[in-house]
Design a protein. Structure first.
Ligand code: ATP
Length: 258
């Protein structure tokens, strides 16, 4: 009698698709070498946090990704295009797929919440019908739980609310990639954790990929799929929060010691 064949169940992992691939990037300002053979892949729907001391080059890296600074050497592929080779028109096009959440929120004080949210729409899509603009503003504000603030001025809102509005404005163009600069800095711990949750919720809803610069280790722990340490111009470490937290390397350890 023959033995029945065993069925081996193998869970198939979805293949990872890169949203951003940074290969052998160098950037210097005169004698100041900031990026020195920097490599990093950010996969689609992944949240990658960049850790690094002040002045280590985190902002320079972000500026190279969006083409505000030109890398001296290497390639930076963003959603299929090498930004180091794009024309100004090509860069403008790719930037419509990238959202930014600035540390200071970058809202216009003299504009209402609605006008602040309409601003990126008008800049990128001048031919949108007013009803479509209204619907997009409404959806963006509902996403952050602040639908009632449409006609308010920024000065009437708390720090946490301003961060939510800034996030709504970042999301209104439905970017495929979001770059966050210190999203929780200056917020109290409770509000900061609410912002972490909101970032995660919106990322799941819109399937965005993100690079986050943060020194707030609670935020890093909550929202990172991977953590990367930028040190001496290189990607010095790349792993999960837990793997870096458990590292014995002194250059890594210092970020996890409170
Ligand atoms: N446009 C520029 N011209 C000359 N040097 C620059 C320029 N931009 C950045 N640098 C230098 O590059 C280095 C990295 O700066 P960067 O702003 O990227 O640091 P960072 O890691 O973002 O720091 P922080 O955490 O304090 O914001 C610094 O030495 C800075 O002086």
């Amino acid at each position: 009698m023959s033995t029945p064949e065993k069925t081996v169940s193998v869970k198939k992992e979805e293949p990872k698709v890169a949203a951003i691939t940074i290969s052998h990037v160098y950037k210097r300002f005169g004698p100041n070498v900031v990026l020195k053979d920097f490599n990093l892949v950010v996969n689609k729907e992944e949240n990658v946090v960049i850790l690094g001391k002040s002045g280590s080059g985190k902002s320079v890296l972000i500026k190279c990704i969006i083409g505000l600074l030109k890398a001296d050497k290497g390639s930076i592929n963003v959603l299929g295009d090498d930004v180091t080779k794009l024309s100004d028109d090509g860069l403008a096009k790719i930037r419509t797929k990238i959202g930014f959440l600035f540390q200071g929120n970058a809202l216009y004080d003299s504009m209402t919440v609605r006008e602040n949210l309409e601003f990126p729409l008008r800049r990128h899509w001048t031919d949108l019908a007013p009803s479509k603009v209204n619907a997009m503003v409404k959806e963006a504000l509902e996403n952050v739980g602040l639908a009632h603030t449409t006609e308010m001025m920024p000065e009437e809102l708390s720090g946490g609310m301003l961060k939510r509005i800034a996030l709504a404005r970042t999301m209104i163009l439905k970017p495929e990639i979001i770059l966050y600069d210190e999203p929780t800095t200056g917020l109290d711990p409770v509000t900061a954790r609410e912002i972490d949750q909101l970032i995660l919720t919106l990322q799941k809803k819109y399937h965005t990929s993100s690079i986050i610069i943060s020194h707030d280790m609670n935020c890093v722990k909550n929202i990172s799929d991977r953590v990367v340490l930028l040190f001496e111009g290189k990607c010095y470490a790349d792993g999960t929060y837990q793997s870096l937290e458990n590292s014995a390397d002194k250059n890594i350890k210092q970020f996890f010691e409170s």
